[in-house]
Design a protein around this ligand. Sequence first.
Ligand SMILES: [Zn+2]
Ligand SMILES: [Zn+2]
Length: 208
Amino acid sequence: MIKRLLGYGFESNVYLIIDEKIALIDTGTGFETKNLIKQTEEYTNKIDIIILTHEHLDHCGGAAALKEYFNAKIAMHEYGSAAVENGIFSEFFNARIEKTRVDIKLKGGEIIKLGEYELHVIHTPGHSMGSICLYEPNKKALFSGDTIFLDGGIGRTDFPGGNAALLKKSIEKLSKLDVKALYPGHGDYDEENGSLHIKLAMQSVNLL
Ligand SMILES: [Zn+2]
Ligand SMILES: [Zn+2]
């Protein structure tokens, strides 16, 4: 079962995947952690692993508090982990990411097995150096973080660590996947037309 939590205002979408093991993908800014815990506990009292799609505050600001509350492990790309482990300041949000340990530093290529769901880690730098997407081949589902959104939306590359050429390469990588359900880091998700949205993102990135 996949449930979308938060996702309003500046909060990233947070995806709860309930299987033998329970995963949370992203955590919001941290300003809404109480609400996020309440939403989570409508479905489950435990989270085994928190996977962060990248090192921006709107995705990992809630990680420290949730890790502590649920006694969960945190996984994210090694290139983004310093932001969480050092608790860096975000100019955009005028707030600091709460420091915590990243238990699993990903490089891309790993498979995080939850049970029926298995999340294949794809390193997709461009929006940030530590951006990853997670592909679930059985359900043909892609959790795309801030790399791509619905209807041709692509991640901005004007934040520190952003790189338009890398974003283009990363989206090309995603275009090779067979995707039905696309779950982006912001806005709506679409459980039917994933590959169409990736095709539109390719068109957008080719205009850069
Ligand atoms: Zn971002
Ligand atoms: Zn974001």
